[in-house]
Design a protein around this ligand. Structure first.
Ligand SMILES: Nc1ncnc2c1ncn2[C@@H]1O[C@H](COP(=O)(O)OP(=O)(O)OP(=O)(O)O)[C@@H](O)[C@H]1O
Length: 231
């Protein structure tokens, strides 16, 4: 079953076109990497499925349903949760309240506060602290926990390693692999080579708003990968 597909999508911010004919599909159980240098349009793929960038020509299909008008929450309702670049933790809310925000979509499934606390025990310890008082790594865990509270079939992760210490990136890689092994599909936008290597099975490379190469990650040498994601 295809959880998300882009079929020749053009996407815009106002009149500025960023995506040009982007096609990709993510099925159940897949671990897909969306790779490329800064500014090539990776986040705009995420923004297009959330209705933040406007889709012109082409179609975005979520959980088998074409999305003629994408509104906030359409993706979450269709089982697609986004962990945004920069985490976007709400400063006025506690850790617990930030997590509960993720459950607002009320999608049935296995994820509860208790299960998120089991995955990230530090969030339980600090549940009454303001979300933005956490360290960078803990805030990333909070953003992931919040996304899981919506019980997604597909988790979209936009540069989760950004600004984090290597030991924390290792911990996150383990979490992503565990989530994937338990059946959550992943779309990972990343520039961190070892994280990509550990998590991704199939890659798409973007350049200038287009997908210019795709295939199994095992076929990419680390040398090539470094060139492709070089900042
Ligand atoms: N809200 C916006 N309004 C107008 N242009 C934007 C907006 N957001 C991004 N852009 C432009 O769209 C292009 C693609 O940006 P995007 O953030 O999708 O790239 P990216 O590959 O995710 O890069 P990065 O790794 O730096 O996040 C850039 O030229 C950027 O300046």
């Amino acid at each position: 079953m295809t959880l998300l597909s882009f079929d020749a999508v053009d996407a815009f911010y106002g009149r500025a076109q960023v995506l040009r004919g982007v096609s990709l599909a993510i099925g159940k159980g897949e671990r897909v990497g969306l790779l490329g240098r800064n500014g090539v349009g990776k986040t705009t793929v995420v923004n297009a499925l959330q209705g933040i960038a406007q889709v012109g020509r082409g179609a975005v299909v979520m959980a088998g349903q074409p999305a003629p008008r994408i509104r906030h929450y359409s993706a979450a309702r269709a089982g697609i949760s986004v962990v945004p670049q920069g985490r976007r933790i709400i400063p006025a809310l506690s850790v617990r309240e930030n997590l509960l925000l993720g459950a607002a979509v009320a999608r049935p499934g296995p994820w509860t506060l208790a299960r998120v606390f089991e995955l990230f025990p530090v969030l339980k310890e600090r549940q009454h602290t303001p979300g933005t008082a956490l360290s960078g790594g803990q805030q990333q865990m909070l953003a992931i926990g919040r996304a899981l509270m919506a019980n997604p079939d597909l988790l979209v992760l936009d540069e989760p390693s950004e600004g984090l210490a290597p030991v924390i990136v290792d911990e996150l890689a383990e979490v992503f692999v565990r989530l994937a092994d338990e059946g959550t599909s992943l779309l990972l936008i990343e520039q961190h080579i070892s994280l990509i290597r550990r998590v991704v099975e199939k890659y798409h490379i973007m350049s200038k708003g287009m997908i210019v190469d795709s295939g199994p990650l095992a076929q990419l040498t680390t040398e090539k990968l470094k060139q492709l994601v070089a900042v």
